[in-house]
Ligand binder design. Structure first.
Ligand code: BJ8
Length: 418
């Protein structure tokens, strides 16, 4: 299968060995994990195995795979046409030498990573995809997609940069055009009936993730931040109905824990909100440092977290038109830092900090990510006004700065404890 996908077999084996070791050290060393996390352990062990096989089997039945890098891509339309939406590999320092042959060195690690994975032949998901769907969010991504398109067909959705009525009209046009692209590629018409089903599947997945998020508000939290993040990461890869069932089972277990006052840490452990750039698998660096420094992460204000699960698509639309409008509205609410003005995001961060009773916010931006690094100023100001401690971190996927980050995080935790 790997050969047919055109993967670099030797390098892929090495990558799997490193990933396996990192997972064992970071995840399996945690104490008191919920039993239902075993399913997530299994998915990770098969993330470059059974899941890819499922996609290949599905393609043999005539279904299409859409690879994505952003939560703006409307999964509902893909599901309606019998397709599968998968997040592509972008969370590890892989193939950097290859990536830097086509991209400037001072490009964010996420962009270098997806380019590196493709050029080094290490991402089975991009190899299995029939189409990559990109978007004009930040400049780095939109220019990188032009280059990626030389190696893999990449369709780019235009994302408005403001939220006026004119921008909504543009966004609606983009959604319609994408619907037509999906119909053309899959050879299937999107109807009110199949779109209703697509909306339902995507909403059910978000509801399960919302349920998990709500349970993490409990003091003490019944699940670690590392495990919470992992669930949100796997949401981009797994089969949606199966994932929803498994996460609801996890939530049943966590509900019991909350009822019995069982947590993964002691009462009094500092509670941290991590906010900022998305963390794709296997980017576990910041929560790992926080949680091995005596605190717990209780929420992620990020696309791999609250931003992608906060809003549902309204399910009351009866006609195809109305359903499309509901999709337009739901995605138009996303508060990515690529927008200007983006006051919603700072408002959401303050709200989350209060709801989750956090002792502090760690703002994480990937080095060279202009939108999130610049927006950190406004976030800090908004939190300062509310008296909520704030720490700004800028880093990449490398491990060289772990010691230095740990010292800064430990000092921050000392301060929030006072
Ligand atoms: S909706 S956050 S998934 S664009 S980290 S590549 S912004 S330079 S990832 Fe994102 Fe969609 Fe927005 Fe979410 Fe650019 Fe920054 Fe890199 Fe980023």
């Amino acid at each position: 299968m790997w050969k047919d996908l055109g993967l670099n077999l030797e390098a892929h084996d090495q990558l799997m060995a490193v990933l396996g070791r990192a997972y064992k050290d970071i995840y399996m060393s945690q104490e008191n994990r919920p039993k239902a996390m075993q399913y997530l352990d299994f998915v990770i062990s098969e993330v470059h195995g059974l899941r890819v096989k499922e996609l290949i089997d599905d393609k043999q039945k005539g279904n299409k795979v859409f690879g994505t890098f952003c939560v703006y891509v409307p999964e509902e339309l893909i599901l309606a046409a019998g397709g599968t939406c998968v997040g592509l590999c972008a969370g590890a320092e892989i193939g950097i030498d290859e990536a830097e042959k086509v991209l400037p060195r001072n490009t964010c690690a996420l962009i270098k990573s997806f380019m590196g994975f493709k050029l080094a032949g290490l991402c089975p998901y991009i190899q299995a995809s029939d189409l990559v769907v990109g978007e004009t969010t930040c400049d780095g991504k939109k220019k990188a997609y032009e280059i990626l398109n030389d190696y893999k067909e990449t369709y780019v959705m235009e994302i408005p940069q403001m939220k006026t009525e004119r921008d909504r009209t543009l966004w609606r046009g983009e959604i319609i055009q994408f619907k037509e692209k999906v119909e053309k590629l899959t050879g299937r018409k999107i109807t009110a009936e199949n779109l209703k089903e697509g909306i339902k599947i995507a909403n059910e997945k978000r509801r399960a993730l919302q349920r998990l998020s709500a349970l993490r508000k409990a003091v003490p939290s019944p699940i670690s931040g590392l495990d919470g993040l992992l669930v949100n990461q796997i949401a981009f890869y797994d089969d949606p109905p199966r994932f929803t069932r498994q996460i609801n089972a996890l939530c049943d277990e966590l509900e019991e824990r909350v009822k019995n006052g069982i947590g993964v840490t002691k009462n009094g452990t500092p509670r941290i909100l991590v906010s900022g750039s998305p963390m794709a698998v296997p980017n576990w660096k910041i929560p790992f440092i926080i949680e091995t420094s005596g605190a717990i992460v209780v929420a992620e204000e990020s696309c791999v977290g609250e931003r992608s699960t906060r809003d549902l698509v309204d399910e009351n639309g009866k006609s195809l038109e109305k359903m499309i409008d509901a999709i337009v509205d739901r995605y138009f609410k996303i508060d990515c830092a690529c927008f200007t003005q983006n006051e919603e995001r700072t408002g959401h961060i303050v709200e989350l900090a209060k709801d989750f009773k956090v002792n502090g916010v760690v703002h994480y931006s990937i080095q060279f990510c202009t939108p999130y690094t610049v927006e950190a100023y406004k976030v800090e100001k908004a939190l300062q006004e509310k008296g909520i401690p704030f720490l700004k971190i800028e880093t990449d996927y490398g491990m060289e700065d772990v010691g230095q980050l740990k010292s800064r995080i430990e000092a921050f935790l000392e301060m929030v404890k006072r």
